[in-house]
Design a protein around this ligand. Structure first.
Ligand code: NAP
Length: 245
């Protein structure tokens, strides 16, 4: 029996688990950080909670006889990706990163690409007074000192400091372009702030911003650790994981 650890918390990770789980001689264990109160659970075995850094993950891989790891975490979950790369190095367990493709700007887009959330907070100044902050709940505190008004959308309430003038909108995608246009209009949004998460589930906000000529402050992804094989193709990840061990 080959054992595959899927580091999850994304739709891609759930799809991968669903594709691998029925395969003969493959046991999938999906791992979630435990951030979301009511997570959408993948099929198969699931474990929840941090491992305890590189050391904890290294021990866990050994104790559980893991044959291969697919890191299918969110593109902005950089810490666990770095930890997985180090633990794979230390144990010799093969690692593949499954990462959805980035969004790229299209004609009509008014993107301001920035390297991190702190730069995004700076970039908001001068672009408008009413900001749609769609970065999820993690990192909202980067905007805690901004004087602008914010519409903060997240699945669960942020447990960090919010901007002093803010309204919280709890919602989980997918969202339609029509609904996103209506939302931007209703709140008279001047600027959208987004992470470059990629994927179809939350892309409608970018279509809406383009349709209305609203600028987008786009936070770029951190690079994947050097030397780690990476794919955005689920079929490639399924084939890779099926052949390990
Ligand atoms: P992170 O900063 O990269 O990781 C922080 C710590 O959380 C890690 O060191 C690890 O703790 C634990 N962790 C993260 N992902 C884990 C997983 N799949 N299984 C077990 N432990 C995990 O991650 P994050 O940005 O806080 O994201 C946490 C989770 O939410 C990820 O699984 C990610 O896929 C999902 N998510 C993140 C975002 C985002 O914008 N960041 C958006 C949507 C979903 P230990 O060091 O103790 O092992």
């Amino acid at each position: 029996m080959r054992r595959i650890l899927v580091l999850g918390g994304t739709r891609e990770a759930r799809t991968l688990a669903a594709r691998l789980d029925p395969e003969q001689d493959v046991e999938v264990i999906s791992s979630l950080a435990g951030r979301v109160r009511e997570p959408v659970l993948p099929v198969g075995r699931v474990r929840i909670g941090g491992f305890g850094g590189v050391e904890g993950l290294t021990t866990w891989l050994r104790d559980n006889d893991i044959d291969a790891v697919v890191d299918a975490t969110h593109p902005f979950a950089a810490r666990i990706t770095a930890n997985a790369a180090d633990a794979a190095d230390g144990t010799g367990v093969p690692l593949l990163v499954l990462r959805r493709a980035e969004w790229t700007s299209r004609p009509g887009d008014r993107w301001h690409t920035v390297p991190d959330l702190a730069s995004a907070a700076d970039a908001v100044a001068g672009l408008g007074e009413r900001v749609f902050l769609t970065i999820g709940r993690q990192g909202v505190d980067a905007f805690a000192d901004r004087p602008e008004w914010f519409l903060v959308r997240a699945i669960d309430p942020p447990d960090v400091g919010m901007p002093p003038r803010a309204e919280l909108l709890l919602a989980r995608g997918p969202f339609t372009v029509d609904d996103e246009i209506a939302l931007l209009r209703r709140h008279r949004i001047d600027v959208v702030v987004s992470k470059n998460s990629g994927g179809a589930l939350t892309e409608a906000k970018l279509d809406a911003a383009r349709a209305l000529g609203v600028p987008v402050v786009m936070v770029a992804r951190a690079p994947i650790p050097a030397g780690v094989p990476t794919t955005s193709d689920l079929d490639v990840a399924v084939a890779w994981a099926s052949q390990r061990g």
